[in-house]
Design a protein around this ligand. Sequence first.
Ligand SMILES: Cc1ncc(COP(=O)(O)O)c(C=O)c1O
Length: 436
Amino acid sequence: MSQIRQILDMNAFDASTGGEGAVKRRLDNLGAASVLFYREPIEMVAAKGAWMEARDGTRYLDFYNNVPSVGHSHPEVVAAVSAQVAKLNTNTRYLVEIVDDYLEALKTKLHGQLSNVVMTCSGSEANDLAIRVARAVSGKTGVIVTETAYHGNTALVTEVSPSALKRSPLPDHVVIVPAPGAAAYGEDIANGFRAAVVAAMETLETRGHGTAAFLADSIFSSDGIFADPAGFLLPAVQAVQEDGGLYIADEVQPGFGRTGDAFWGYERHGIAPDIVTMGKPMGNGFPMAGMAARPEHLAAFCEDVGYFNTFGGNPVAAAAGLAVLRVIAEEGLQGNALRVGAHLKAGLSEVAAGSDRVTEVRGAGLFLGVDLGAEDGSGAPDAGYTVQVIDRMRAAGVLIGAAGRFGATLKVRPPLCLNMAEADRFIEAFSGAVKG
Ligand SMILES: Cc1ncc(COP(=O)(O)O)c(C=O)c1O
């Protein structure tokens, strides 16, 4: 039986060794909270487009990180942030035109009812607020999430992030459902997933909590990437909404065009979420995030508690956010994600067809999951082999991480500006790495 892995433990440096040089310095500074990628960590000095440059001069193709979504150090984002920080940076308790310019631009991407947006600094804060709003609106406290979900790091959000919990059991008000793949639900994922969510609602009712929210990342990133068939999420979401619960669409991973066929991941499923949370790619690295909700829902929450976020929605964040939206449109990055993503998926599927150890390629646009299995051809997830593949790809100049319940899924998530030649380079490196 494969061992269940925590998301932060995947492909991480073993801090118990103490490290040397720059690694030791980091461990001395961050202590037990330090999590470094790779068994031999990399010191980075610069990045541009889809490429990162290490201290030793090595250039790496970055398939690891969905934050610099329009490309590392994109000149338009850099210029917008630099100009605004040189002019004015303050909080949302003053009227500053660019903040409303940004909110209005963002709202053109959201469906009409979600006309209030609260700006935060992290996806965790956005999800924390979303759960609190859902509780205020529904009068209930229970939350349903997938079994390997990660939704952030506040106390409240850690409780609904099973993949972050190493020892603590889930609290009574949180019920998990298996990730929406064929392994758990067979051919009919939509109805199987709906049945699991309905059973979770019943459990929450029995426990006296009721269902305040079903919170899901529609690409199921930390669960191992489950995108198809588009539409499978709708019946589960409808069941929750019919019962008075809210659907919180965590768009921190799939949002801002990554899935290619839609701007938000939930759109692929034909859902009208009650709340949308967003972050990571929103500022292309400038720390910004947000929660979009209906005015009456936000008002219900604010009747009881005020909400203010010192840095959330500051004018520099607004400048970064506006530049990101502009670049996505001007450079056609959503369409690029669709085209280059399809090419990448086809290439990886070809490698899979020729290898016993690549058991499945899934995903949408530039967000793919690649399952790696045991040498005996049984298809059992193989986390040890996955780390070997990750290390070999690093040696070939490609950065890639793992996800999934057993840490045996490669999480393929390059910047949206990836070109065909870069996609081919990844396929070649992957093909070499799976062979060893
Ligand atoms: C799906 C999802 N939601 C929320 C978060 C939390 O975002 P942040 O790290 O900005 O707090 C993450 C971070 O990895 C995430 O993957």
